[in-house]
Write a protein that binds this ligand. Structure first.
Ligand code: PEP
Ligand code: MN
Length: 337
């Protein structure tokens, strides 16, 4: 399958913002599927909730002018009806909705009725995209795909990570269990920061994703939602000179996936080491104030003994435990000087 590119703003904010962004994307990359959120599931009710139904008219204009197919997020049967009536070809189910199997079931039923023509005919039958749930639950993601497949419509998955972090294990599990399901990468929600989008996009070629969904805004700094992660159409054009360029992989590169998972664990590990050293420094402050020397041999021996006991049931050698604990302790003492 050729890689699919879906790009556009997080939210449709105004007619001008939607049309300007679409025109600039077309000029920069020669067209793609144009995305824009019409109904936005936000954490706070005080935040921008999307422009609603009116925005579908702006999307229609984008398609009429540029010919780009459309994508929008749906969370209710009514959203599906309105989006299909507006001629939207790609419907995606967002991460928050994807966390609720009952809601996904309802959406699958609504889609089935459309496919069977029971709820009125739509000009083109849509393709359905399902993001991973906000929690890293591969089984629920895979289950949601099965629910949606009952509609008979083509289903694709989107890996958008959890809390602005990837979960390569979750995506790998889906790849292994359902090699027939295309998976797109969403580097925008995966990182939450535009400076990190380019790096995340490298994984599309390396891990063999089937495409990308990227947030692109004509003026990202002023965006009403996800302002920190959106890039400009010109930046998208630049990125695509070097990303998403390799031939799609015809098999799953297991070593590349395993390495991505180990890099992810290393990121967590180093963040924890940094947290540990910051705590050690705080303890250093306390010791200074109370005239306690930094080196407390008894305390170190006690935590080392505890870890050695733990290692017996965790397949980590005694030598490794001693080496790592000594290195951590040395660095902690250095921070307490
Ligand atoms: C979005 O794509 O704008 C969106 C809300 O995504 P997610 O459901 O992944 O947070
Ligand atoms: Mn968004």
């Amino acid at each position: 399958m050729k890689r699919l590119l879906i790009a556009g703003p997080c939210a449709a904010e105004s007619r001008e913002q939607v049309l300007t962004t679409a025109r600039q994307i077309q000029a920069a990359v020669g067209g793609c599927v144009f995305r824009a959120g019409v109904w936005k599931p936000r954490t706070s009710p005080a935040s921008f909730q999307g422009a609603g139904e009116e925005a579908l008219e702006w999307l229609r204009e984008v398609k009429a002018e540029t010919g780009m197919p459309l994508a929008t997020e749906v969370a209710t049967a009514e959203h599906i009806r309105l989006a299909l009536e507006a001629g939207v070809e790609y419907l995606w189910i967002g991460a928050r909705t994807s966390a609720s199997p009952i809601v996904v079931e309802n959406l699958a039923e609504a889609l089935t009725r459309y496919r069977q023509g029971a709820d009125g005919a739509c000009a083109v039958l849509p393709k359905v995209l399902i993001k991973n749930p906000v929690n890293p639950d591969a089984r629920l993601w895979i289950g949601n795909i099965a629910r949606l497949e009952r509609s008979g419509l083509p289903v694709m998955a989107v890996h958008r990570g959890c809390a602005h972090r990837p979960s390569w294990r979750m995506a790998y599990r889906l790849r292994q269990e359902r090699p027939d399901i295309p998976i797109l990468l969403d580097p925008s929600h995966l990182t939450g920061e535009r400076a990190l989008v380019a790096r995340a996009m490298e994984k599309i070629d390396v891990l063999g994703f089937d495409g990308a969904m990227i947030e692109v805004h004509c003026n990202p700094e002023t965006a009403l939602s996800d302002a920190r992660q959106q890039i400009t159409p010109a930046e998208l054009g630049e990125l695509l000179k070097t990303k998403m360029v390799a031939e799609p992989l015809d098999r799953c590169d297991d070593l590349a996936w395993l390495r991505a998972m180990i890099d992810e664990v290393d990121d967590d590990l180093w963040a924890k080491i940094e947290e540990r050293m910051n705590l050690a420094e705080e303890i250093g402050g306390y010791k200074k104030k109370h005239l306690i020397p930094p080196l407390q041999q008894k305390r170190f021996e006690a935590i080392l003994a505890q870890r050695l006991e733990w290692s017996k049931t965790h397949r980590i050698s005694e030598d490794a435990v001693r080496g790592i604990m000594n290195a951590l302790h040395q660095e902690a003492l250095r921070r307490q000087q």
